[in-house]
Design a protein around this ligand. Structure first.
Ligand SMILES: Nc1nc2c(c(=O)[nH]1)N[C@H]1C(S)=C(S)[C@@H](COP(=O)(O)O)O[C@H]1N2
Ligand SMILES: [Mo]
Length: 197
């Protein structure tokens, strides 16, 4: 008999009905980065929404703060199997940032300071499901977690939540981001356990 008897797994599922399949709970918010942490001062920070026609909208730190700001509490799920519940964030909804932009292109690519990319569907950015987040747990977002600001898409595995995000490009064609090119799932829904393609 292994360490994880069926009874033990059963009790764990009962204890955490909000835990997606194959995940376990943590409380220490692990850091996972594919490369070094870039140092970006708020004064140097910039973010843009692009389309095939070029830059549609752009913000610096000051103009980002002119947007309606949300305080929200979410659960995060990492493909490396940790989940953390009840995380308190502050950020600007992508609904505001994409307002006035033609969102008919089906696909989007988030690009970051440092070169990381990840692809999502435009629909995953809309409807109150995604933010440019700049505070966690009442403090400025730490650089190792993507500060000064990161994309946060809690309903997808956390690799879609691009740290140090610098632009989102809306595209009518499909492209794969960094981890997606290595076989991670195109969509990444933790409730469907869409880990790998
Ligand atoms: N720019 C950038 N964003 C990134 C990554 C990265 O390496 N670079 N890693 C992704 C992965 S694989 C995960 S699991 C989460 C981890 O976020 P955290 O370090 O805040 O826990 O960030 C995602 N966003
Ligand atoms: Mo990850």
């Amino acid at each position: 008999m292994g360490i994880f008897s069926p009874g033990f797994v059963g009790r764990r599922r009962d204890a955490n009905p909000l835990l997606p399949p194959g995940q376990y709970e943590v409380t220490n918010f692990p850091v996972l980065s594919a490369g070094p942490t870039p140092a970006i001062a708020k004064d140097d920070w910039a973010f843009s929404v692009r389309t095939a026609e070029g830059t549609a909208k752009a913000w610096n730190w000051e103009t980002l703060m002119d947007n309606p700001i949300d305080d929200f509490t979410v659960d995060l799920h990492c493909v490396t199997r940790w989940s953390q519940f009840g995380m308190g964030w502050r950020g600007v909804s992508l609904d505001h940032l994409l307002d006035g932009v033609d969102t008919t292109p089906e696909f989007a690519m988030a690009s970051c300071y440092g070169g990381y990319t990840t692809n999502v569907r435009t629909s995953d950015l809309l409807g109150g499901k995604a933010w440019i987040a700049f505070q966690f747990d009442g403090s400025d977002l730490a650089p190792e977690h993507g500060g000064p600001a990161r994309l946060l898409i809690p309903h997808l595995y956390l690799w879609k939540s691009a740290k140090w995000v610098n632009s989102i490009t809306l595209m009518s064609h499909h492209e794969l981001g960094f981890w997606e090119q290595y076989g991670y799932h195109d969509v990444g829904d933790p409730w469907k356990e869409e880990r790998y393609s």
